[in-house]
Design a binder for this molecule. Structure first.
Ligand SMILES: [Fe+2]
Length: 391
C-alpha cells in the first residue's frame, strides 16, 4: 500500500518523513532524506503501509522534528472492489474557523472532496503569490486545518477562489490562479502539465472514478451568446471528458461540477451554457453510462437532491442520473438551479454531505447520499437518497 504525503516547511534539504500507527510516531517507518522544492514544499512517496489502517506522519529535518504539524490519514482497503465513504461540501468564508470542520473529521470519512470557494477573496491579482497567500488563509485557519491534516482532500476551485464573482477565462488573474493552484494544491496528476493550463483531473477509489472538472479557467463569459462556440469546460477538457466516459467499463463515474447542472435559469449555472450541456448529455447517453453515473455539485449554498427526474438533457432522453448539491460549509444561504426532488434546504449556513459506496464485488454498487446541517455542535440529517448503479 502506497501513499503520497506533502508538507510545507522552509526551503532546504535533509527532510525525512516518519510514519507510524501511533500519534506519538513510535516505531516509525522512515522515508527520505529529500530536498524541498524551491517553494519549501516537501514531497514523499510512501510504501509498505497496511491497508485500511490509520497512520500518522511527521516531518523531520536532519534528525530533528520540524515545526510542520503532523498529519493523519487512513489507507485504502485491500483489493479492487471495496466499500468506503467520503464527505463533500463547498463554500466557506475566508479563513473560516467554524467548528463544522472538526465535526467532519469526527465522522472519520476516508476522504473529503472540496468543490470550490475554499475562500472568498475574489482575487484579481496577476501575481501567483497573492493567490497562494489566499490559499494559506484557509489552510492555516484553526479548525479548518484540522480537516486538511486528518484525511486526504481532493479540491477544485469555483469562482471566488479562482478569481472574482462569476469569473472566467477573461479574468486578469487567470494565469496567476492556474500557477498558484499547481504550486499550492498538492495534486500530482493534473491532466495538463503547463504552468498556466487549466487544472482538471481524475482519480479512482475502489470501483468509482471521480472526474474533477475545472469550470473556470477556460470558461467563456456567462453572457456570451449560447451556441456551439460557447464553452464552460474549454474544448480540450470537454474532449478529454467525453473520452473518459467510454474508458471505465464496470465502474461508477462520479462527476464533480462546481456549479449546478440542473438549472433552467441562473447566469452562472449550466443554464447559460445549454448548448454545451446538451453536448455533454449526449456524450453521457452515447457512452451508455447513465445508469452508473452521478453528479456532485457545489456553488449553491444549500443541500438539494435531484433523483434523476430532471437531469437528462440529452436528445435521446436516455435517462437521468442523480445530482447531489452540497453546500455551504460556512457561508450565508442561497438557492439556484433546480427543480430538485428534495430540497433545497437553505435554512442553515453550515452544511455538508456524505456519500457511502457499498461495493461487494458484484454487478451493482449502491450509492447513498446523506445531506447534513451542523447545529448545536452536531451533524443532523436533512435528506437521503440512494440508488443502485448498474455496472
Ligand atoms: Fe460559494
Amino acid at each position: 500500500m502506497k501513499a503520497k504525503i506533502v508538507f510545507r516547511d522552509n526551503v532546504g534539504s535533509g527532510y525525512e518523513c516518519l510514519v507510524s500507527t501511533s500519534p506519538s510516531l513510535a516505531v516509525p517507518l522512515r522515508f527520505g532524506p529529500v530536498e524541498s522544492d524551491q517553494y519549501g514544499i516537501v514531497r514523499f512517496s510512501i510504501e509498505g503501509l497496511t491497508p485500511n489502517t490509520r497512520y500518522y506522519a511527521g516531518l523531520h529535518q536532519n534528525g530533528l522534528p520540524t515545526s510542520a504539524p503532523q498529519c493523519s490519514f487512513r489507507t485504502l482497503p485491500a483489493g479492487k472492489a471495496y466499500s468506503f465513504d467520503f464527505m463533500l461540501a463547498s463554500c466557506a468564508n475566508t479563513g473560516s474557523t467554524n467548528s463544522i470542520f472538526p465535526s467532519i473529521v469526527a465522522e472519520d470519512p476516508l476522504f473529503f472532496i472540496h468543490m470550490g470557494d475554499i475562500h472568498y477573496r475574489d482575487e484579481t491579482s496577476t501575481d501567483p503569490e497573492d493567490h497562494i497567500d489566499n490559499y494559506d488563509l484557509a489552510l492555516n485557519a484553526s479548525n479548518q486545518q484540522d480537516l486538511y491534516r486528518n484525511m486526504p482532500v481532493w479540491y477544485m476551485w469555483d469562482d471566488h477562489d479562482y478569481g472574482p464573482n462569476d469569473s472566467d477565462r477573461t479574468s486578469p488573474n487567470r494565469d496567476a490562479s492556474c500557477e498558484a493552484f499547481r504550486r499550492r494544491v498538492p495534486l500530482k496528476d493534473l491532466v495538463k502539465s503547463g504552468i498556466t493550463d487549466e487544472v482538471f483531473y481524475k482519480f479512482e477509489i475502489g470501483r468509482v472514478v471521480f472526474i474533477m472538472s475545472d469550470l473556470r479557467a477556460e470558461r467563456d463569459p456567462n453572457n456570451e451568446t449560447d451556441d456551439e462556440n460557447k464553452t464552460m469546460m474549454g474544448f480540450d477538457q470537454r474532449e478529454w471528458f467525453k473520452e473518459e466516459l467510454t474508458k471505465h467499463p464496470g465502474k461508477v463515474i462520479c462527476w464533480m461540477s462546481s456549479v449546478p447542472w440542473v438549472a433552467s435559469s441562473g447566469s452562472d449555472t449550466w443554464a447559460s451554457f445549454q448548448t454545451e450541456r446538451n453536448i455533454i448529455a449526449n456524450a453521457i447517453a452515447d457512452a451508455g453510462v447513465q445508469d452508473r453515473f452521478f453528479v456532485i455539485a457545489g456553488d449553491m449554498h444549500a443541500v438539494a437532491v435531484n433523483d434523476g427526474t430532471h437531469s437528462d438533457y440529452s436528445d435521446a432522453q436516455a435517462g437521468g442520473f442523480p445530482v447531489y448539491q452540497v453546500a455551504p460549509l460556512d457561508r450565508g444561504n442561497s438557492t439556484k438551479g433546480g427543480p430538485y426532488t428534495s430540497g433545497p434546504f437553505d435554512n442553515n449556513n453550515n452544511q455538508v454531505g456524505k456519500i457511502e459506496i457499498t461495493d461487494n464485488g458484484g454487478d451493482t454498487i449502491t450509492v447513498k447520499f446523506t445531506g447534513y446541517e451542523f447545529t448545536s455542535g452536531a451533524l443532523s440529517e436533512l435528506t437521503t437518497h440512494q440508488f443502485e448503479a448498474q455496472l
